[in-house]
Design a protein around this ligand. Structure first.
Ligand SMILES: NC(=O)c1ccc[n+]([C@@H]2O[C@H](COP(=O)([O-])OP(=O)(O)OC[C@H]3O[C@@H](n4cnc5c(N)ncnc54)[C@H](O)[C@@H]3O)[C@@H](O)[C@H]2O)c1
Length: 350
C-alpha cells in the first residue's frame, strides 16, 4: 500500500466531524491518526466512532512522531496560533477558513509557516468540488470567452449558534469569504467592492453587530461585474450555486439534490432540497483533504494556500467596510512572488 499522510484532526464541531469522517475513510492518501478537542467528551465520542486515539492535548500531538500533519477545525480565533505551532513542530497544516480574525496575525502566520517549508492549505472546499473545478478549468482554458457577469448565492438554511457567530469574524469574513475566493479563482482579481447588509431574521444577530442577509457587488480588474447574495436563514434549505456569463458560453452550477427521486402528483412534482453544507458537498470536503495529503507527501504546493486566504480575507474586510460606511471600497491587487496581495484602505483591527 502507498504511504498515507498520518493526520491529526483538531476541533470536532460541525466542520471537524465532517473532516474526521473523510480522513478516516474517504481519502486514499491520508489516514486519521488521532482526534483532538478541548472537550474530552467530544474527542472520546468521535474517537470511539472512528476507532482512533483521542486527546485534549495539542502539545502531545505536536510532539508525536507518528503524526505527519494536522487539520485544524477549531473556532477561527485559534487558527493562526495552532497553525504556527504545528508548522514549527514540522507538521504539514490544513487549516479551516478564515486564517485569523486579525490581518497582521494572518500575515505573520503565512510568513512563519512558509519559513518552515511544510505544506499549508486553507479550507476553500469549493475549489475541489467536481462541478466547480470542471467549470473553472473550462473557463481558464478560455472556453467561456470574455467574462461579463459572475453571480453566486450562498445561503444557510438556519443560522449557526450565537456562540459561533460571536467568534466568527462577522458575516462577510465568515460567510462571504467563500464567494470572494470563488470569484478570484474563477474570474480574477477584484478592484471594487460595494456591500449592502441587513438583519431580517433575528434581532439577537443585530445585538452582536452582525448581519443575516447581504448583497455584494464586485467589479473585476478585467472589467467583469459580479453579484454575491448571502443569507444565514434561507429557510427552504442550504443553497450554494453560481452562474458565470461569458462572450462564448455561460456556465451554471445549480444546487444538487440529496436524493435522486422526484415525487409526482397531478400537476405537481416535488424534489428534496439539501439542508446544509455537508449534504451539499459530499465530494469537495473529502477531495480537499485528499489533495492536501497528496501535496504534503509529494512536496508540491497546495492549490489554495495562505496567500489566497489572505486575499479573500482582505476582500471580506473591504465588504464589511463598504457596508459600515455605505460606500464603494476600491482595492489594488499587487502581484508578488508568492501570490496576490490586496492593498486596501481598511484599517487594521476592523
Ligand atoms: N469550509 C466550510 O465550509 C466551513 C463550514 C463550517 C465551519 N467552517 C470553519 O470551521 C471552523 C470551526 O467551525 P465549526 O462550525 O465546526 O465550530 P464548532 O463550534 O461547531 O466546533 C469547534 C470545536 O472546536 C473545539 N475547540 C475549541 N477550541 C479548541 C482548541 N483550542 N483546541 C481543540 N479544540 C478546540 C470545540 O470544543 C468544538 O468542538 C471555523 O473556523 C469555521 O469558519 C468552515
Amino acid at each position: 500500500m502507498h504511504r498515507q499522510l498520518r493526520t491529526a484532526l483538531v476541533g470536532l464541531g460541525r466542520m471537524g466531524r465532517i473532516h474526521a469522517g473523510n480522513l478516516a475513510g474517504r481519502c486514499p492518501s491520508a489516514q486519521l491518526a488521532c482526534v483532538v478537542d478541548a472537550s474530552p467528551e467530544a474527542a472520546r465520542r468521535v474517537a470511539e466512532e472512528l476507532g482512533v486515539r483521542w486527546t485534549t492535548s495539542y502539545e502531545d500531538v505536536l510532539a508525536d512522531g507518528a503524526v505527519d500533519a494536522v487539520a485544524i477545525a477549531t473556532p477561527t480565533g485559534s487558527h493562526a496560533e495552532l497553525s504556527v505551532q504545528a508548522a514549527k513542530a514540522g507538521k504539514h497544516v490544513f487549516c479551516e477558513k478564515p486564517l485569523s480574525l486579525d490581518r497582521q496575525a494572518a500575515v505573520d502566520t503565512i510568513e512563519a509557516v512558509r519559513a518552515t517549508g511544510v505544506a499549508f492549505q486553507v479550507g476553500f472546499h469549493r475549489r475541489f468540488d467536481p462541478d466547480w473545478a470542471a467549470a473553472a478549468a473550462r473557463m481558464h482554458a478560455g472556453e467561456l470567452g470574455q467574462v461579463h457577469l459572475f453571480r453566486t448565492s450562498l445561503r444557510d438554511m438556519t443560522p449557526p449558534k450565537a456562540e459561533f457567530l460571536g467568534g466568527s469574524g462577522g458575516f462577510f469574513v465568515d460567510m462571504t469569504i467563500h464567494d470572494l475566493d470563488t470569484a478570484r479563482w474563477m474570474v480574477g482579481e477584484i478592484v471594487e467592492v460595494t456591500a449592502q447588509g441587513a438583519v431580517l431574521t433575528d434581532p439577537a444577530i443585530a445585538e452582536i453587530g452582525d448581519l443575516d442577509t447581504a448583497v455584494v457587488l464586485l467589479r473585476f480588474e478585467n472589467g467583469a461585474l459580479g453579484v454575491i447574495d448571502n443569507s444565514r436563514a434561507a429557510g427552504y434549505g442550504y443553497e450554494c450555486s453560481t452562474e458565470v456569463m461569458g462572450s462564448r458560453a455561460t456556465v451554471r452550477i445549480d444546487n444538487p439534490h440529496h436524493r435522486n427521486y422526484e415525487w409526482r402528483t397531478p400537476g405537481w412534482s416535488s424534489r428534496d432540497l439539501v439542508r446544509d453544507f455537508e449534504q451539499r458537498y459530499p465530494y469537495a470536503y473529502a477531495e480537499e483533504l485528499e489533495a492536501f495529503a497528496r501535496c504534503a507527501l509529494q512536496g508540491t504546493p497546495p492549490a489554495v494556500g495562505g496567500e489566497d486566504a489572505l486575499a479573500a480575507f482582505d476582500l471580506a474586510r473591504a465588504a464589511d467596510l463598504s457596508w459600515r460606511e455605505g460606500r464603494t471600497v476600491r482595492l489594488t491587487p499587487l502581484r508578488t512572488a508568492d501570490g496576490v496581495r490586496y492593498e486596501t484602505a481598511v484599517p487594521d483591527g476592523r
